[in-house]
Design a protein around this ligand. Structure first.
Ligand SMILES: [Zn+2]
Length: 208
């Protein structure tokens, strides 16, 4: 993805040049969604990863199968449930075990609407009418944290044989999203226990 034109003379890429390439190559595909993900709340490498999820450009097993890197149907099964093919949308938005993580998140956030099983509408569902644009950026940061945390858990399952534990992943989502939001300023100063007990009306609402 990174061309030679973006390589510095010492052979290393800079973050800003990688960002420029990312912008050039994909922002035209869906600028509205891109802006929602690039709000500056989540670290840029997480934003980049989540954007690739939305575009279905991650190394899911279904994508590896399409490129003939995985040759066998059985090998292309979901790393988490081992039942269905591991497409990007299955892995994050319709795998029963991933859905457990989302249901913990929805319960925590007080979101009761049914969640679509496709990345774009799933993301767009994470917008509350009584929150300001910046406050909704905070809500989407939780969504991004959840996607990132599911991917990390999936990789830990494959490469470290760690058990997929929805409750533990949910706990990590709370910790990571609180850490990210605590660094942006803009009025978000609540303690971690306040974040856990009242994430929307107390904490996200305080962002200005
Ligand atoms: Zn699955």
């Amino acid at each position: 993805m990174l061309g030679n034109g973006y390589m510095r003379t010492d052979g290393k890429y800079t973050v800003s040049s990688a960002y420029t390439v990312l912008l050039d190559s994909v922002v035209g595909e869906d600028p509205m969604l891109f802006n929602r993900l690039w709000s500056g709340v989540a670290p840029s490498n997480i934003s980049a990863f989540v954007w690739r999820v939305v575009l279905d450009r991650i190394q899911s097993k279904a994508n590896l199968r399409r490129r003939n890197i995985i040759l066998d149907d059985a090998e292309a099964r979901c790393s988490i449930c081992n039942i269905e093919e591991e497409s990007t949308n299955h892995l994050f938005f319709s795998c029963n075990l991933a859905l457990q993580v989302w249901s913990y998140c929805n319960l925590w956030l007080g979101i009761t609407t049914a969640m679509p099983r496709d990345a774009r509408p799933h993301l767009l569902q994470h917008e509350l009418p009584f929150l300001s644009s910046r406050q909704n950026d905070g809500l989407r940061a939780i969504w991004m944290t959840a996607v990132w945390s599911l991917w990390t858990a999936r990789n830990n399952l494959i490469f470290r044989e760690e058990q997929f534990d929805a409750g533990k992943i949910f706990g990590l989502i709370q910790v990571r999203s609180w850490k990210w939001l605590s660094t942006i300023g803009r009025g978000f100063q609540q303690s971690f226990s306040e974040w856990c007990s009242n994430p929307v009306l107390l904490c996200l609402k305080s962002i200005h």
